[in-house]
Design a protein around this ligand. Structure first.
Ligand code: 3VV
Length: 194
């Protein structure tokens, strides 16, 4: 059983997404947008450490290995962790648009159980853009990149300015990020829009 709510259907004035000319080349490993991100950072002991790669057009591929710390039922991945992996993969599409956007809505279908130690092969794509609204979709397959779909999601991301983080994040981490030239460089990679 699956279905997408009407808020995730692009409006009639939506346009096709455009890959930014300075987007990472297809095949390029994207790296973390923030070292302490639960989804992609290396600084979180139980984080997903999801590794995403730029694809062709406005597509991303990513891999994530389910760890013992990610269990819900015995030996099986927690659904919230799988939703996080989908969310992170969809968030990585920001690199291709060179736009900063955050998840407004995420709808997930859990199709097959995902055991611990499984490599989840994720793929995401921007489907449409309407003003600040970015529509996207993702799948997670098990047993290989062409294996059966275990999870899938549709999402609506909303474009924000860097102020979204500066104004709302805890001061401690914001200050540390602002003092980190590498973090500033990564934030700029999203902000330079023509
Ligand atoms: C020096 C510092 C350096 C920092 C550097 C950082 C670099 C970082 C780079 C990259 C980061 C990428 C991170 C990816 C991580 C993975 C993705 C996540 O998990 S993100 C976390 C979870 N998401 C949130 O925490 C959002 C919380 N929500 C909000 O903040 C607001 O609600 C926000 C920004 C989403 C929208 O608020 P509004 O006031 O800006 O805009 P309004 O007017 O409400 O919405 C705009 C349009 O979108 C629709 N909309 C908004 N939310 C919707 C929803 N939930 N469902 C349907 N439509 C929605 C509205 O109906 C409106 O549509 P109409 O223009 O009128 O057609």
């Amino acid at each position: 059983m699956s279905g997408t709510s009407s808020t995730l259907r692009p409006p009639s004035d939506a346009v096709a997404p455009v890959r930014h000319p300075d987007a990472p080349a297809p095949g390029e490993l994207l790296g973390a947008h923030y070292e302490h991100c639960f989804g992609c950072g290396g600084g979180q002991v139980h984080g997903l450490r999801l590794a995403a790669r730029a694809g062709e057009g406005v597509r991303i591929t990513a891999e994530f290995t389910v760890q013992t710390a990610h269990q819900g039922a015995p030996g099986l991945a927690h659904g919230g962790v799988l939703a996080s992996a989908l969310d992170e993969t969809l968030g990585s599409l920001n690199w291709l648009l060179r736009t900063i956007a955050v998840t407004g809505r995420l709808e997930t279908d859990f199709v097959r159980p995902v055991p611990v130690d499984t490599v989840l092969h994720l793929e995401a794509e921007v489907t449409a853009v309407a003003g600040r609204k970015i529509y996207s979709t993702a799948t997670g397959r098990i047993g290989g990149p062409d294996g059966p779909v275990a999870v899938r999601a549709d999402a609506l991301f909303i474009e924000v300015k860097v102020d979204h983080f500066v104004d709302n994040g805890r001061q401690e981490e914001i200050q540390a990020a602002m003092n980190d030239p590498d973090q500033i460089r990564r934030a700029r990679a999203f902000e330079v829009n023509p």
